[in-house]
Structures are given as C-alpha cells and as structure tokens.
Design a protein. Structure first.
Length: 370
C-alpha cells in the first residue's frame, strides 16, 4: 500500500498547531525498569486458568452498544464544539483502543452526514512517531475508503525532542525536591501527548476523545487529569473493545498486535502482567483477566470466591484485588466540598441498568458462581 497523500496542507491551522516548534529526533522508548515490573506483575502463567474466559454476546455490542455510541458521539461532539458540524480529534497510536475509537467515531460521523444531521464531518488523527511501530498510515487509508463522507485529516509528527528535554528538566526538578528520580519518562510522555492533542483541539475547534479502556481505568493504567473533552471506551473492558473491533471491521493487523504501554517501554502488557505466556492470543488474555476484574471490582466478590469459582490460584486473584484497591483513589480526584455533589455518568444504551448488567454478567461466567 502506498503512502496516503497529504491530508493537511501546510497552510491549514491544524497542521500549523501540530508541527510548530517540534523537534525531529529518532529515539527508542526507554528501557523498562525493575520498578515497572513490580507495579505491573499480576501473576505467573501457571497460576491462571486460561480456559476461564469471558464469552461475549456479539448481538449486544452490534445492536445496542454501537448504535448508542454513534448517538452519544454525535450529541457530545456537537455540544462541545458548539457547531452543527462534527469535528473530533484522536491521538492515533495504531493500537487497538485508539484505532477502534477512530473507526467508531468515523462511523458515527458518516451516519450523521448521510442522514443530513451534520453538514460536515472532520476527523483529525495525530500519530506521534517514535513510541509504537504500528502502521497508522494503513489505518488512515482504510478509514478514508470506508467512510467517504468524512473528511479525514491525518498527520504524523515526532515529539521525541520535546520528550527528551522535558524528561531532563523534570528529573532536575524532582531532585531539588529530594524525590526519587525514576529513570524513564513514564506518565510524562502520556501527559505531553495529551496536552498537545487537547491544545490543538481547543485551537482548531475539535472535540478531543480519550481512548482509555475500562480495564486500564480499573487497574489504574491511565494518567490522572488529562482533560479530554469526552471518553468513549472507559466503561468497556478491553475484551469488549476486541469485540467492537471485529464488528466494525478493524483490520486484523491491528487486532492481532500485542497491547503495549508505550509510555514505559516496548514489552507488551500481557508480558508485564504474566511474564512468558502460553499460546494464548491478546484477546484471550483479556477475556481471562477481565472476568476476574469484573467479579472483584463490580460485583465485590472476594479473591477467594473468585479463585474457587474460576479455578485460579488465589495469589493471582489477591494480587488483582490489591492492584484495584491501590488504584481506586485515582479514578476521581478528591475535592474539598462544603456540600455533597453527586457525579453521575448515565447509561447511554437505552436499556435499563438491570438489563445491561444481566447481559454483561452472563458473559462473565456467572454460572460458575452458583
């Protein structure tokens, strides 16, 4: 496949906002440290019953979730941008989450355009080179072909120079506070990328979309306070994102890649979680992990109950419980208040909470819990 033609002209304000002041420097992501190993490790492969996998109902995601996501995106993007058009911006790494979010957003835009509800639909995709080796150009080309009613604007840029400079500056400031200087950029990389995406979106009039999935949110694998305009996937487990990818036609070269945390290094997430793995696919890893996370986090089962029902080693389920408990405070920033304020995230599917809970619970091997 040949390179796609330039989608942004050099006079386009979106192009100028992205490329201004950015150094070009090839740099490999930093090595993963012992600290990262300690934080991410959930268990050894032999502690896991790899057959205790979630069984997803594709009709629920095809007939209920996807149409509801289209309506949610149309409503929220237009409200955020205060426009009859749909303008959205996504940082595209080429990994599963950002790619699925791009396809779903493009599909929502195409539906709004063809129905006459939106005069224009502009989807901006930014790839920050140097963090992943995924073929984001091929993804952009596929999106252009499938969603011809959407004006796709794709651009690549390299922020390794900015990252290197900020890493050095941050280390110096941490040292002045007598703090421990950890020898990798960590969340700083994520924060730089997100700050750029949000600033570009604000200047260009685009709603910015957070592509963190629900598994990452529960396990604390996100940076607090990134300031995106809306979140699309953070109530969906990673295994649900795989299901959506299959339904919406995300290419296999995306769904088959191993998920990574590119802020910290090149090892895959399954490797960080379990070390050397048996012959299981990335999707199967999360079908196992998400089932454990669901019963501990959402249904308040003890690690011992989950271990017995799903036939995992109890040390594995206890480690997940500790990880969840240690990260809970990061989900909502603590606020001092003189009155009680409820923060409510509404069910957007059109089904009741009881209906959706029943469908999801069934997929999470509820029969094994008696």
């Amino acid at each position: 496949m040949g390179a796609i033609p330039p989608i942004l002209s050099m006079t386009d304000p979106l192009y100028g906002a992205i490329t201004s002041g950015i150094e070009r420097e090839q740099e490999e992501p930093p090595q993963v440290t012992t600290w990262l190993n300690d934080v991410y490790k959930l268990g050894n492969p032999d502690q896991v019953n790899w057959s205790a996998r979630r069984t997803i109902n594709p009709e629920f995601y095809r007939d209920i979730v996807l149409p509801s996501m289209y309506g949610f995106l149309e409503k929220k993007i237009r409200k955020i941008t205060e426009s009859d058009n749909m303008n959205a911006l996504i940082g595209l790494s080429g990994g599963l989450d950002s790619t699925v979010a791009s396809y779903i957003t493009a599909a929502a835009m195409q539906e709004a355009r063809k129905s006459g509800r939106a005069r224009q639909a502009n989807l901006g995709l930014i790839n920050f080179r140097g963090f992943e080796d995924n073929d984001t150009q091929a993804i952009a080309e596929d999106l252009k072909q499938k969603y011809e009613a959407v004006r796709l604007r794709y651009i690549e840029t390299d922020i390794s120079g900015i990252r290197k400079s900020l890493t050095k500056t941050t280390a110096g400031l941490v040292a002045k506070l007598d703090g421990e200087v950890i020898e990798f950029p960590g969340e700083l990389t994520t924060r730089v990328i997100c700050s750029l995406v949000n600033e570009i979106g604000a200047r260009a009039g685009y709603a910015t979309i957070d592509t963190t999935n629900g598994t990452e949110f529960i396990l604390g694998e996100f940076s607090v306070g990134l300031g995106y305009d809306l979140a699309l996937l953070d109530d969906l487990y990673k295994s649900s994102v795989f299901a959506l990818a299959e339904l919406i036609g995300v290419p296999p070269f995306v769904t088959n890649i191993q998920p990574r945390n590119t802020a910290y290094g090149k090892r895959t997430k399954p490797e960080l979680y379990f070390g050397s793995l048996p012959k299981v696919t990335p999707r199967q890893v999360f079908e196992v992990l998400d089932t454990v996370v669901y019963w501990i986090y959402e249904r308040n089962k003890s690690p011992e109950e989950v271990s017995r029902a799903l036939e995992h080693n109890v040390e594995f389920t206890r480690k997940i419980k500790r990880r969840i408990d240690n990260q809970k405070h990061r989900g909502i920033t603590p606020h001092f208040c003189v009155e009680t304020h409820e923060i409510i995230h509404q069910n957007n599917t059109g089904l009741s909470d009881e209906e959706t809970r029943g469908i999801i619970e069934k997929s999470m091997l509820v029969d094994k819990f008696g």
